[in-house]
Design a protein around this ligand. Structure first.
Ligand code: ZN
Ligand code: ZN
Length: 129
């Protein structure tokens, strides 16, 4: 379980800063940095992966799917991330500009409540049979 604000301080090699990271992905972000991948930001999605979010900013009103647990990385870490089994792709800002940032799905993190609920339901059904 990992709500907004449930974070762990993690040392990141980008600017050598310690930043708050969502608890359920903190170990993975720490490991990526230990191995030399420059993470620039990350979020575990807080059980909202796949859900539609609506928001507006200076560029307009937007509707999009919430990504699964993911991280932004510096473009110079792309090859290393691929070696570690990740599938990074370029990150474009809302104005359509590319600024040397890539994104990738993480391997850990609580994807969604729903999966958990489904597992519980299956277990219940098995218990009855
Ligand atoms: Zn989380
Ligand atoms: Zn988050």
């Amino acid at each position: 379980m990992c709500k907004h604000g449930d974070t762990v301080p993690v040392f990141t090699i980008h600017n050598r800063k310690t930043v708050p990271v969502d608890r359920c992905i903190a170990d993975e972000i720490a490991e990526l940095n230990r191995r030399g991948v420059e993470t620039l930001g990350c979020c575990c999605s807080h059980f909202n992966a796949g859900k539609i979010v609506e928001y507006s900013n200076g560029f307009g009103r937007w509707k999009e799917h919430t990504p699964p647990p993911s991280a932004l990385i510096d473009e110079k870490s792309v090859d290393l991330a691929k070696e570690l089994g990740y599938v990074p792709f370029p990150y474009y800002y809302a104005d359509g500009e590319y600024r040397g940032v890539w994104q990738m799905q993480l391997k850990t993190g609580d994807i969604t409540n729903r999966q958990r609920n489904i597992s519980a339901e299956i277990k219940q059904r098995e218990d009855v049979e």
